[in-house]
Design a binder for this molecule. Structure first.
Ligand SMILES: Nc1ncnc2c1ncn2[C@@H]1O[C@H](COP(=O)(O)OP(=O)(O)OP(=O)(O)O)[C@@H](O)[C@H]1O
Length: 306
């Protein structure tokens, strides 16, 4: 199937001369949840803003549902719902008016039944007559999602949907995103909470300094790069790892009390048994040990460092 969004050779240099995107190529598949990860200033918002037609690209091409965002702006934009990072909407309007009005902006005929469904799905129905200013932060965020869904977009961009949202609401937001996916909406989210990407995404893209450094199926990424770490708490401090243990590439903590051994769970053998034997031979004893699966966060940090 043709990708719902296709970005090719996209670059952006701001008037200041700063290049925030450098030759970005990216395809988003229909119906997937795609998490775009990157440190502050990596270019995530710039990329989303260009796809949504808010910022002009310096060069490159973007098509949404096959419509070029320059040549066929209206058709491309009509397929997109955007929930921006900053929440801005008229504080003195009611929830109902805010969401209905937004649909009108896209030239779509009134559809009260649809607006009712969206508000109910987002648990906002009992607030439909409330003024935005009287809502909590989490409710306002849900109003922004309702607004973005009011014109029935095929693709929804969520720019840090859970920034500053408490744990419970965040989980609620994840449920909403899953329901949208089940309803056939393609979702692209940026997040600083990597566990969010780990929990939700079908695919993960990492952007750093304006360049896409990786795009991968999440499960494959974690299987490929996600190893395990065995951590040993020593009985006696070590100054250095003995030469005899060099083949294990052990990492000694700065304080000399911990040794760490990284191993691959999919390898034929982990090497743990021989490591423990060689530690004994070297006279190194430990009082405790633990193993930890590396998370998407570990993978992300090592990618961005590289
Ligand atoms: N209007 C502008 N003029 C000049 N530079 C800009 C402008 N907008 C953004 N930038 C710069 O482009 C870079 C990318 O910004 P962008 O907002 O896309 O990053 P981001 O990945 O969304 O970051 P964050 O995670 O902090 O939201 C930053 O260095 C930013 O300072």
């Amino acid at each position: 199937m043709a990708p719902v969004i296709s970005v090719s050779g996209l670059s952006k240099t701001y008037a200041s001369g700063f290049t925030s995107l450098n030759n970005v190529n990216l395809e988003i598949e229909r119906g997937e949840i795609f998490a775009l990860l990157g440190p502050n200033g990596a270019g995530k918002t710039t990329l989303i803003s260009i796809i949504c037609g808010i910022v002009n690209a310096s060069s490159g091409k973007v098509a949404v549902g096959g419509h070029d965002i320059d040549g066929d702006y209206r058709a491309a934009r009509a397929l997109i719902g955007l929930v921006p990072q900053e929440l801005h909407t008229d504080s003195f309007e009611s929830v109902w008016a805010t969401v209905s009005f937004s649909r009108g902006l896209f030239g779509k005929p009134k559809n009260p039944a649809l607006i009712e469904k969206i508000l109910k799905d987002l648990s906002l129905w009992d607030k439909k007559d409330a003024k935005i200013i009287t809502l909590s932060g989490g409710m306002k965020r849900r109003v922004m999602i309702a607004k973005a869904l009011s014109h029935e977009p095929q693709v929804l961009f969520l720019d840090e949907p859970t920034a500053g949202v408490d744990v419970e609401l965040r989980k609620g937001m994840w449920d909403i995103v899953r329901e949208l996916k089940a309803a056939g909406v393609t979702i692209i989210l940026t997040t600083h909470y990597i566990e969010e990407a780990e929990e939700m995404a079908d695919r993960v893209g990492v952007i750093n300094k304006g360049e896409i450094v990786l795009v991968e199926d999440k499960a494959k990424l974690m299987a490929k790069l996600g190893g395990k770490r065995l951590s040993l708490h020593l009985q006696q401090r070590l100054d250095a790892v003995p030469e005899a243990l060099a083949p294990y590439h052990l990492a000694l903590s700065d304080d000399g009390w911990r040794l760490a051994y990284d191993y691959d769970t999919k390898g034929e053998r982990t090497g743990i048994t021989s490591l423990l034997g060689d530690l004994r031979t070297a006279g190194i004893r430990f009082v405790d040990l633990e193993t930890k699966q590396s998370s998407l966060e570990d993978i992300f940090v090592s990618l961005v460092r590289q």
